[in-house]
Design a protein around this ligand. Structure first.
Ligand code: GLN
Length: 197
């Protein structure tokens, strides 16, 4: 089967996500047909969506300007899977406490930008994740702090007693960057039914 995978490409770490979804698909004997989304009209034909890290203020501004925001909302309303990482999670959240980011309310969490971790800039940590048999090498880069999680949102992983990976229906959100490692298991978790860990 070929999975048509949209990668939001208005700004951010696009190629890393494209490679990660291709790796995850190959591990399942499938192929991923990656579509870089910079304008409206492409996402409606995609099976899954990746919302990369980058700069959430820029991503938010551009997806609204280009008419992509409403297509993302329709994708989720149709229960199609989404993986939103770091800035992607900020845009997908219900609120980011920042007027420059018009969030999409796809995941019922609120976030504070650039606020996670003792080292505010970047660190890597082995993370226990629900459904994975061994720790995942999680890379945090100026990561958002998830400061509220609604009752019906599943917390898949926590670090320092804080949620850092969540699932809300078809949407998986991480405050770290699974696309920056060779480990495909988060992309597996988000997009493929049978996770081998
Ligand atoms: N600091 C960025 C923001 O607030 C997110 C960082 C990232 O995606 N690595 O948008």
């Amino acid at each position: 089967m070929t999975l048509r995978a949209g990668v939001l490409a208005v700004q951010g770490d696009v190629s890393e996500h494209a490679e990660a979804i291709e790796r995850a698909a190959a591990a399942h004997g499938e192929t991923a047909d990656v579509v870089e989304i910079r304008k409206s009209g492409l996402l409606p034909d995609c099976d899954v969506l990746l919302m990369p890290g980058g700069e959430s203020t820029t991503i938010s501004r551009l997806i609204h300007r280009e008419g992509i925001a409403s297509e993302i909302e329709a994708h989720v309303a149709a229960e199609k899977p989404v993986l939103a990482t770091c800035a992607g999670l900020i845009v997908a959240a219900s609120d980011a406490h920042d007027d420059r980011v018009e969030t999409l309310n796809l995941v019922d969490v609120t976030v504070e930008r650039n606020a996670f971790g003792r080292q505010k800039d970047s660190f890597e940590a082995p993370l226990d994740i629900d459904g994975l048999a061994s720790p995942f090498p999680a890379v945090f880069i100026r990561a958002p702090l998830i400061d509220y999680v609604a009752d019906d949102v599943d917390v898949l992983a926590s670090w320092d007693d804080r949620a850092v990976a969540v699932r809300d229906g078809p949407v998986v959100g991480t405050s770290f960057h699974p696309e920056l490692t060779d480990d495909p298991r988060i992309h597996d978790l988000a997009f493929f039914e049978n996770v081998e860990s």
